[in-house]
Design a protein around this ligand. Structure first.
Ligand SMILES: [Zn+2]
Ligand SMILES: [Zn+2]
Length: 395
């Protein structure tokens, strides 16, 4: 793939976006003030749709409920998708900001207000001054936080209705220098699955353990044995996390309960290792329980796959950033993250790459003190413009 974008182009684009960036900072604050949970992004979605329509986009609504697609056609050529997520989290905001959430218990604590704003700023520039040849599909997705929006859009034939030769998305990242870009080839974010293990024994009097099958003791051994999965079943060069985040059973010190429930989160990068963990964890839990005369019922729920960036599109995305903003704006050796992201489903369906953009020193994602950094709206929007112009002009 060719990259024609240059620093001169980027200066032109940033200056262009700079003319109207204040409007978009206001928009970001407005979205922040009115956060909406997964699949309930009605206000956000209608604002997005009316802005896109006003700039001349063909607008399609209703995909996955609140999803919006803005399409810009400029003759024949390639097709490109750029995706932003729109949903907020069930968190009580504690930032004290003038534009803090007006909905108690709901907050934009992951910066999706920022991602939506960045793509809208790019959308306006591309419609008014962009030089593209081909079709651009801007995908505004609901329900990223519950891992459901991307999958639902794809199952409702997103890519058949809106063909995309490649698809790109971005996430802001606290702790990475403001407006610094990060690229990871291959696995960039982890898969996330859940297991619920119900250890069933036979309850009784705490003073007569010999007349019971104690599920607390069996559960304790299962928790300990689970640590051996990462230590002894995973290649030391690979990453896997098996965390028991919840253990519940019993109510009194002198009663042995009938059952104990464990809840686990399981994360890794490699699809084959993900399948191996899905086999090993239930097998180990059942065998451990059996060794105590108890049984283990395991409900293993697959969440979402790891984000696997395609090599050619990642190298293209990196080159666009380097040529537009200079090498210093691209973080060397950006490491994969163990968080998860449902853009993974889009990258299973189409080639593409998920890009990271530094949010500067802010509170972490999903913290009640987090806020998206408005200073990255212009550079990140300019990046989308440069990427779209380069991709859709490259021969
Ligand atoms: Zn999040
Ligand atoms: Zn997020």
């Amino acid at each position: 793939m060719n990259t024609h974008a240059s620093v001169k182009d980027a200066v032109r684009i940033i200056a262009g976006i700079g003319n109207f960036v204040d409007e978009f900072i206001d928009l970001r604050h407005d979205l922040h003030r009115h956060p909406e949970l997964a699949f309930k992004e009605e206000r956000t979605s209608s604002r997005v749709a009316s802005l896109l329509a006003g700039w001349g986009y063909e607008v399609s609504t209703g995909l996955a409920g609140t999803g919006v697609i803005g399409t810009l056609r400029r003759g024949d050529g390639k097709t490109l998708g750029i995706r932003a997520d729109m949903d907020a989290l069930p968190i009580d905001e504690r930032t004290g900001l003038s534009y803090a959430s007006v909905h108690p218990g709901v907050m934009h604590a992951c910066g999706h207000d920022g991602h939506t704003t960045i793509l809208l700023a790019a959308a306006r520039y591309l419609a008014e001054r962009g030089t593209i040849a081909g079709t651009l599909n801007l995908i505004f997705q609901p329900a990223e936080e519950i891992g459901a929006g991307a999958k639902k859009m794809i199952s409702e034939r997103l890519f058949e209705r809106f063909p995309c030769d490649a698809v790109f998305g971005l996430h802001n990242w606290p702790g990475v220098q403001e407006a610094q870009f990060g690229f990871v080839e291959g696995a960039a974010m982890a898969s996330v699955d859940q297991a619920v293990i119900r250890v069933v024994g036979k309850g009784g009097h705490g003073a007569e353990p010999h007349n019971t099958v104690d599920p607390v003791l069996a559960a304790a051994h299962i928790v300990t044995a689970l640590q051996s999965v990462v230590a002894r079943n995973v290649d030391p060069r690979d990453m896997a996390v098996v965390t028991v985040g919840s253990i519940h059973g019993g109510a009194a010190s002198n009663v042995i309960p009938d059952s104990v429930e464990l809840k686990l989160t399981v994360r890794t990068y490699r699809p084959d290792l993900r399948a191996e963990l899905q086999r090993r964890i239930p097998a180990l839990a059942r065998a451990q329980a059996e060794s105590f005369g108890a049984t283990a019922e395991v409900h293993y729920r697959l969440g979402f796959p790891s984000v696997i960036n395609h090599p050619a599109e990642t190298s293209f995305a990196r080159q666009v950033a380097q040529r537009s903003f200079g090498r210093a704006a691209v973080e060397e050796d950006f490491r994969p993250r163990t968080a998860s992201e449902d853009f993974a489903f889009m990258l299973e369906a189409r080639p593409g790459s998920y890009v990271f953009v530094g949010n500067g020193e802010s509170a972490p994602l999903h913290s009640p003190l987090y806020d998206f950094n408005d200073a990255i709206i212009a550079p990140a929007a300019a990046y989308w413009v440069a990427l779209a112009e380069t991709y859709l002009n490259a021969s």
